[in-house]
Design a protein around this ligand. Structure first.
Ligand code: ADP
Ligand code: TYD
Length: 206
């Protein structure tokens, strides 16, 4: 048996309900008496948070955007994710490399081949133990965001067809993931979604 902690990631288009369900997951892990580190991408380290600020607000070439996502990820793995997992802590992270495949390849149209190479460079042999993909139509996500939204960032300002492509890329990746990615129908109320999340956690880790 591995002493390493578990690595759980949350994915979906903007407004899919990730933040809401992360809280339930953290509760579940803590109730089992386990230590958990909560983090996010882009971000999760002082340098990563500076890169996040640029990524969300500064106009840039689309390949610069993709490379900065992986640069922030390299720092995040070295400073936070790898040490925590080695110490036996669980890591619950809002987005990871699946987001780059979905947004920078699906959404922006860059070749997924480039990201397979970057993934092999930045985290060889490491994938999340479980990824939740919160799936819902972009128009529903936009309605939810419109209710509580301040100023939209560079990604949130994209049009519906961008999010359709991101959604499709996520679903394709889930299909090819051999069960690592659990697709959750997010077009339901918070309690129903939470029940599915907890069931996945129980089935895989209890
Ligand atoms: P994300 O982190 O994926 O962007 P959030 O969890 O912040 O999404 O949810 C976006 C908005 O939608 C928030 O205002 C949240 O309260 C609301 N929300 C989350 N889940 C649901 C749901 N199942 N039904 C209706 N509204 C929801
Ligand atoms: P996030 O904080 O999850 O946004 P939200 O809570 O609004 O869903 O992520 C910030 C944005 O960064 C989000 O719009 C998706 C984008 N992103 C990418 O485009 N590629 C990536 O690799 C990552 C990690 C995030």
């Amino acid at each position: 048996m591995s002493l390493r902690g578990r690595f759980i990631t949350f994915e979906g288009i903007d407004g899919a309900g990730k933040s809401t369900q992360i809280a339930a997951t953290i509760d579940w892990v803590r109730k089992r008496g386990l230590e958990v580190v909560q983090s996010r991408e882009p971000g999760g380290t002082p340098l990563g948070e500076k890169l996040r600020e640029l990524l969300l607000h500064e106009p840039m070439h689309l390949e610069t955007e993709a490379l900065l996502m992986f640069a922030a990820r390299r720092e995040h793995l070295a400073k936070v994710i790898e040490p925590a997992l080695k110490d036996g802590c669980w890591v619950v992270c809002d987005r990871f490399s699946d987001a780059t495949f979905a947004y920078q390849s699906g959404g922006r149209g860059l070749s997924a081949e480039k990201f397979r190479a970057l993934e092999a460079w930045v985290h060889p042999g490491l994938q999340p133990d479980l990824t939740f993909l919160f799936d819902l139509p972009p128009e529903m996500a936009a309605q939810r965001l419109a209710r509580g939204r301040e100023q939209a960032d560079r990604f949130e300002s994209e049009q519906r067809d961008f999010f359709e492509r991101v959604r499709s890329a996520y679903l394709e990746r889930a299909e090819a993931s051999a069960g690592r990615i659990a697709v959750i129908n997010s077009a339901r109320d918070i309690q129903a979604i939470c029940k599915d999340v907890v069931k996945q956690l129980e089935d895989r880790f209890a």
